[in-house]
Ligand binder design. Structure first.
Ligand code: B12
Ligand code: SF4
Length: 497
């Protein structure tokens, strides 16, 4: 009789954006960790707190069952940390000797602080595919953890950390995440355009240096790497044929990192006649203006009907301050190109940056309006309030200017966009205005909320009318007396907008 393979549990905590069918997306980080473990002979189980209401019982049963030799937990900064902590404490309750490793963006950026929690035995800094398997093998064979790159661990009360390697994974060897370990149909979302869609990731890294972004600290060599276009589109085809998805959102930080690569992706999609699907990916403003209309039209032909664009501010001074390497003029040019190419830009905006003046916030609101005038299909929703994330240049600025360094899991769990408690550089009156603006700007483009209510004509008509009022207000910068704000806030609270 062959012995039962030893088991590894992988835990994905709630994110706070977990509405099934709307924004509940695949636990990709763990789905990429699993295949190398399986190839090494381990059995892997993914427990997703967002979809497994009985996750506590599952942890108890599996851990007390005796086959589990290690547990991995993935977490970003923010609310996910609470679930990560809860699951790790439970695991320790059921087996105090079970090694628990945390990985993901938050532990990567703050390994020492994460290791201060006694329920975390090890932290992996960086990409996990190969290193996590090495760690599990070390546990299995009673080996030392000392030489595993990027692994921080505690010995005799002291934290040791082996130097991490720069991200160097050959992505062509890690193309397929472990679809077979999750109930795929639960992760089909329909946030935009009402399509059935999944998330995917075909490239990693980014050479830019935006001062608010985790990239500079996470991908330390700034290198951009991608899956071979043929292999990438094999996956797209597989997802379409196997799960019937009609759309795919590429979560790559810089999908257009190489112009040629993205074009080859488009060619491959067209060649296989998959361009009836909808694709979404991130693009930078300066890439749009650099690539030009014809390139963007080709992308549109391949099915890239919508692209996410980090506009971030309407003030040239702030754009420079955050090292975005774009200007207001470029942004407006890119809006024109989007319009001509028939690609919908989904623009992101922030306010509440350090040093930002009220006048600069108004410039951002005006820019939102200008973009939607040039490109009426544009989504400009909504104005997010800047949140300082660890490891970034701007985070350090905030610390240097009086922000307190969050210390505990609970402190970090409350750092989220639109939470302004730590924004010591903004006065209360201005915070109130930013919060208000983060709500009414949902309606500014006249598309986002209107589309959302596509099947409810009364609400749709209300959203359209209100968008006219918001646009008139922004045109005149008249924001006094906004009694409707409580209704909008209530919709937001119920995850309706
Ligand atoms: C998809 C996504 C989401 C999804 C959630 C994830 C999901 N699957 O459902 C949603 C939309 C819900 C979401 C929400 C938020 N997100 Co988000 N999200 C992403 C995004 C675009 C992709 C994540 C992903 O799947 N990556 C693919 C995998 C393969 O990469 P990975 O996660 O880094 O995993 C690798 C390593 O980190 C490591 N690893 C990961 N987990 C583990 C676990 C173990 C045990 C080990 C050993 C290794 C390991 O190995 C993996 C494989 O190499 C990233 C940006 C990005 N490009 O990664 C932002 C990102 C992670 N999100 C971010 C943020 C800020 C948020 C929000 C806080 C934003 C908000 N508006 O409030 C929210 C709230 C979540 C919260 N904190 O509670 C930041 C994180 C910054 C930080 N300091 O943590 C990122 C980096 C975006 C950015 N540029 O700022 N997000
Ligand atoms: S915001 Fe985008 S372009 Fe800027 S560093 Fe991050 S991933 Fe790169």
């Amino acid at each position: 009789m062959t012995p039962t393979p030893k088991k590894v549990l992988l835990f994905f905590p709630r994110t706070g954006w977990d509405t099934e069918g709307v924004n509940l997306s695949l636990p990709l980080p763990l789905m990429y960790l699993a295949p190398p473990l399986e190839r090494a002979g381990y059995q892997v189980q993914i427990v997703d707190q967002r979809v497994d209401p009985h996750w506590r019982e599952i942890l108890k049963r599996e851990i007390q069952g005796g086959d589990v030799i290690a547990m991995g937990v993935s977490t970003m900064t923010g609310r996910q940390l609470l679930g990560a902590k809860e699951a790790s404490l439970l695991a320790k309750k059921y087996n105090p000797n079970l090694p628990v490793m945390w990985g993901g963006v938050h532990p990567t950026l703050l390994p020492e602080q994460t290791m201060e929690n006694e329920f975390v035995d090890a932290v992996l800094v960086g990409e996990g595919e190969e290193v996590f398997t090495q760690w599990v093998q070390a546990i299995d064979k009673d080996g030392a953890w000392d030489d595993i790159p990027g692994v921080a661990f505690r010995r005799k009360g002291e934290v040791h950390m082996h130097k991490r390697l720069p991200p160097q994974l050959n992505l062509n060897e890690h193309v397929r995440p472990a679809y077979h370990l999750v109930d795929m149909k639960r992760y089909i979302t329909s946030r935009l355009f009402g399509e059935k869609d999944f998330i995917a990731m075909m490239s990693r890294g980014c050479p830019h240096q935006c001062t608010y972004c985790y990239e500079t600290a996470f991908n330390i060599n700034n290198a951009w790497r991608a899956v071979d276009p043929k292999l990438a589109i094999d996956e797209v085809e597989y997802l379409h044929k196997t799960y019937g998805v009609t759309a795919l959102t590429f979560m790559d930080d810089l999908f257009f990192g190489k112009k040629k690569w993205a074009e080859q992706m488009a060619d491959e999609i067209i060649h296989r006649k998959l361009n009836h699907m909808t694709f979404r990916a991130d693009i930078r403003v300066d890439y749009v203006t650099g690539f030009g209309v014809e390139y963007m039209k080709k992308m549109r032909q391949a099915g890239f009907r919508i692209m996410f664009v980090g506009v971030e501010s309407g003030s040239d001074r702030i754009l420079k301050f955050i090292k975005k390497q774009i200007t207001r003029e470029r942004i407006l040019q890119s809006a024109q190109i989007f319009h001509e190419a028939g690609v919908v830009p989904h623009c992101s905006f922030m306010a509440g940056y350090p040093t930002e003046t009220n006048e600069e916030v108004l410039q951002t609101l005006s820019l939102m309006l200008e973009i939607s005038e040039i490109c009426p299909g544009a989504r400009t929703s909504n104005l997010q309030i800047y949140a300082p994330y660890p490891g970034t240049e701007l985070f350090q600025w905030c610390l240097d200017h009086g922000m307190k360094m969050p210390k505990t899991i609970e402190d970090w769990a409350s750092s989220n966009f639109n939470h302004t408690n730590e924004h010591v550089w903004i006065g209360d009156k201005d915070k109130n205005f930013l919060r208000k603006a983060s709500y009414f700007t949902y309606f500014l483009d006249g598309n986002t909320v209107v589309d959302y209510y596509n099947r409810r004509p009364v609400q749709k008509a209300f959203a359209w009318m209100y968008s006219r009022i918001v646009r008139a207000r922004v045109k005149r910068h008249f924001y006094a007396m906004m009694p409707e704000m409580s209704v909008v806030a209530a919709l937001k609270e119920r995850d309706i907008i």
